[in-house]
Design a protein around this ligand. Structure first.
Ligand SMILES: [Zn+2]
Length: 210
């Protein structure tokens, strides 16, 4: 039986891994390789950071990316830029219309503020980012504004933001071609207080094709 999650991916599969619900993940992706993220069960936010492998002080910049394309949303064709204005990765394919890069990553602090003190002990994306970054010696100051793949953060006419029901569905994918050797750091978002994960965090699949 053919695997529907790898259809359309060209080249040899060099990595294939399931990231469990709520877990951190990090991986080096070489220039020219494509990382495919599969939203296995649908409506799962994948919080995402990128660092240059050659010098991790060069990293994803939401501000540069948004300014360069003149649009708040990440879509097929979006070039993800670094704080040096250089392409890190390109969204070469997306089965979901758009992705967010302004909603930020959830933290124990923001959960407490938004949802009440009883959420303080809940696991959050910032802890996942910290854990995955610490594997290579990066710390809190290396966490910058991130991407939220498969997360729906509409911007209203008055500029207000929402975090609303996802527009993803089981098996939908996003493809990212590395434009230089990069380190990808992911939090498979554990949030259960808003609809970004349909109140039920689920696993995602990471496939790298060379
Ligand atoms: Zn989160």
């Amino acid at each position: 039986m053919t695997d529907p999650h790898i259809s359309g991916l060209s080249g040899k599969i060099v990595h294939d891994e399931i990231v469990p619900a709520r877990a951190p993940w990090a991986h080096h992706v070489k220039q020219g390789e494509t990382l495919r993220i599969v939203d296995l069960e649908g409506n799962q936010a994948v919080d995402f950071l990128i660092y240059s492998a050659a010098d991790d002080s060069e990293r994803y910049s939401a501000q540069d990316t948004v300014a360069a394309q003149g649009n708040l949303f990440l879509r097929e064709g979006t070039v993800l830029l670094s704080n040096e204005g250089r392409p890190l990765m390109t969204l070469t394919g997306s089965a979901v219309e758009y992705h967010d890069t302004i909603g930020g990553a959830c933290s124990c602090e923001s959960n407490t503020l938004r949802y009440g003190h009883h959420t303080k002990s809940q696991h959050a994306c910032v802890e996942n980012f910290l854990e995955a970054n610490l594997w290579e010696g990066r710390g809190k100051r290396d966490i910058v504004s991130n991407i939220n793949f498969f997360m729906n953060v509409p911007v209203e006419a008055d500029g207000a933001l929402g975090i609303v029901d996802g527009i993803s569905a089981p098996g939908l994918t996003v493809d990212l071609r590395a434009e230089m050797d990069v380190i990808v750091v992911v939090s498979n978002c554990p949030q259960i207080n808003n609809p970004c994960n349909a109140f039920n965090p689920t696993p995602v699949r990471m496939i790298v094709a060379a």
